[in-house]
Design a protein around this ligand. Structure first.
Ligand code: 5AD
Ligand code: FES
Length: 331
């Protein structure tokens, strides 16, 4: 694997992306699933070195949407056709298990034909279980990097062992689970990236989120170079080949690193996009990295924009719930 990563040239890269594209078409066809992303709180108790909403960043204006405001986003999203809502936030304990369970149950009561995905970081078994029982279907918790030493350097408040344990717990409870990692992290080697691929192969998650590392000006990594489009495309393609049934998003970070980054990701094995449904007032405050796209666009604009982009890239929008083939074969 390291050898392969070391020796990719333009021709073999294109071939790799092509293999991944064929694998994706064989498993999922040319449909692209859309998920409505609601960034409901940028308050976070963790302090990840790369992240713009780390607790150590005192310059960010913090916000928290109320459960009612989140429901409003869901209503707008439902009307725009979304059938998956991704509720994402920093690790914000104001959102207790009770509050979250009530909110999830409300969403499921109003919109029973939707899937609810959580992306709220590390919580204990009891919380994960209660939120699953309240109706949450999926959980995104990127492992960030499978290199123990790099993980340690980047996460002063967390450990990779615990991350792994949380992912195992989510899976055991019955969630469709999303892992994933960043490409081009400061100090990251080809060995580290090979570990990421072997780790996702072993975990066999339902979703794999991959994006380039992008610096944020108010973090300790502000002067580090960003991950590249090309390297990230290679990892997306390899993730598709390693875990053929996974749902793989063409991430916002890909759209930030290159104007056609998301389209190119779709052509290298990705099959999901996650347009923003957050209120316009919240968007500029949820900046994990500099120059994030879509922070000034209405939800309806993103919906329309993405449909154009998806069709322009040779695919079509699928507004279904889009459960992973992995899960469908398990149940
Ligand atoms: N650059 C790229 N991705 C980032 N994330 C957080 N900060 C950055 C950054 N500076 C990613 C992490 C996290 C996801 C929500 O966003 O992988 O899991
Ligand atoms: Fe938001 Fe294109 S997806 S404007």
């Amino acid at each position: 694997m390291v050898d392969l990563l070391e020796n990719l040239d333009q021709t073999s890269r294109r071939q790799l992306h092509n293999f991944a594209h064929q694998k994706r078409v064989a498993r999922y066809g040319r449909g692209v699933y859309l998920r409505g992303l609601i960034e409901f709180s940028n308050i976070c108790k963790q302090n990840c070195m790369y992240c713009g909403i780390r607790s150590g960043n005192k310059t960010v204006s913090r916000y928290r949407l109320s459960p009612e405001e989140i429901m409003d986003c869901c209503r707008e999203g439902y009307e725009l056709g979304y059938r998956t809502f991704v509720l994402q936030s920093g690790e914000d304990d104001w959102y207790t298990t009770d509050k979250l369970a009530g909110l999830i149950a409300d969403i499921k009561r109003h919109y029973p034909d939707t899937a609810v995905t959580l992306s709220i970081g590390e919580r204990d078994d009891e919380t994960y279980t209660r939120l699953f029982e309240a109706g949450a279907d999926r959980y995104l918790l990127r492992h960030e990097t499978a290199s123990g030493s790099l993980y340690k350097a980047l996460h002063p408040t967390m450990t990779f062992e615990n991350r792994r344990d949380r992912l195992r717990a989510l899976k055991a409870i019955g969630y469709q689970v999303g892992a994933g990692f960043m490409v081009g992290l400061p100090g990251q080697t080809h060995e580290d990236l090979a570990k990421d691929l072997l780790y996702v192969k072993e975990l066999n998650p339902d979703m794999i989120g991959i994006g380039p590392f992008l610096p944020h000006q108010a973090t300790p990594l502000k002067d580090e170079p960003a991950g590249t489009l090309e390297d990230t495309l290679d990892m997306i393609a390899l993730a598709r080949l390693f875990v053929p049934s996974a749902l793989i998003p063409a991430t916002t970070a890909m759209g930030t690193v290159h104007p056609y980054g998301r389209e190119l990701a779709l052509q290298a094995g990705a099959n999901v996009v996650m347009p923003n449904l957050s209120p316009l007032s919240a968007r500029p405050k949820y900046t994990l990295y500099d120059n994030k796209i879509c922070t000034g666009d209405e939800s309806a604009q993103c919906r329309f924009c993405l449909e154009q982009r998806i069709e322009g890239a040779g695919f079509h929008v699928d507004m279904g719930r889009g459960d992973s083939l992995n899960r469908l074969s398990r149940s």
